[in-house]
Design a protein around this ligand. Structure first.
Ligand code: MN
Length: 234
């Protein structure tokens, strides 16, 4: 059987829960069996999803409720969904504490991973010190590149992508304080954290960009996805 990859829902609207199609297609493309993990408040169901799946994909989406990282809302914050945030943070903690299964956490997913480990985020990039540039690209094709990322040589990401890569960028929130056990593995020239990972686990990688939209144009992003799905077999 193909490795079962739990794709955690991206969000919910109008009484519907959804996952954006490129996440599903990316899992299939590299040999995974996509299973959608819906929002559930039941700890028992959550436990069963954790044991059922061989790997977990956390997707992009809305902002995270600041109270969950002990901050009041700042100007510049976008839409939040407290129940979804709590569910995704609980799920992440369950996976990290009870398994060594792989996680690929994309965009909001990376920020969920950081908050689940006790980290914080800048609610808007304008709150980040220094002179951050615009990370919300306006090009209509999501496979277009927007900025360069520099990758730390002692990271797992370096093994997959090398010294640097050009990526898309669709975020206005950024990592502030890193969560416990996490390392920064890539940054942009303005100091923005673009990737994180957890060295004590075989494969816990968070990326701020959207590799699932770059698979037709970037062999690097193919390596990243392929490595993630392969980890689900082991
Ligand atoms: Mn960016």
């Amino acid at each position: 059987m193909n490795p079962k990859i739990g794709i955690v829902i991206c969000g919910q609207t109008d009484n519907r829960q959804f996952v954006t199609t490129p996440y599903i297609e990316s899992v299939i493309r590299f040999g995974g069996l996509p299973l959608i993990i819906p929002l559930t408040g039941s700890p028992l169901l959550l436990k069963q999803y954790v044991s059922l799946c061989d790997g977990f994909l956390f997707c992009g989406g809305a902002d995270i409720t600041p109270l969950l990282f002990s901050e009041e809302p700042a100007f510049g914050i976008g839409a939040v969904d407290l129940r979804l945030d709590q569910f995704q943070i609980n799920l992440t903690k369950q996976i990290l504490h009870h398994t060594s299964k792989p996680i690929l956490a994309i965009c909001r997913g990376m920020q969920i991973l950081n908050v689940a480990c006790g980290g914080t985020i800048y609610q808007d990039i304008s709150l980040q010190p220094g002179n951050p540039f615009n990370h919300m690209q306006t090009s209509s094709d999501r496979s277009d590149i927007c900025h360069r990322i520099d990758i730390k040589h002692d990271s797992q990401l370096y093994q997959l992508l090398g010294t640097s890569a050009f990526t898309n960028s669709y975020h206005h929130q950024t990592i502030n304080k890193l969560g416990i056990g996490l390392n920064t593995s890539a940054t942009t020239s303005d100091g923005t954290v673009e990737a994180i990972e957890m060295p004590s686990h075989p494969f816990i990688i968070g990326v701020q960009w959207h590799p699932e939209c770059m698979l037709d144009t970037s062999s690097s992003m193919q390596h990243l996805f392929s490595a993630f799905i392969k980890m689900g077999i082991e």
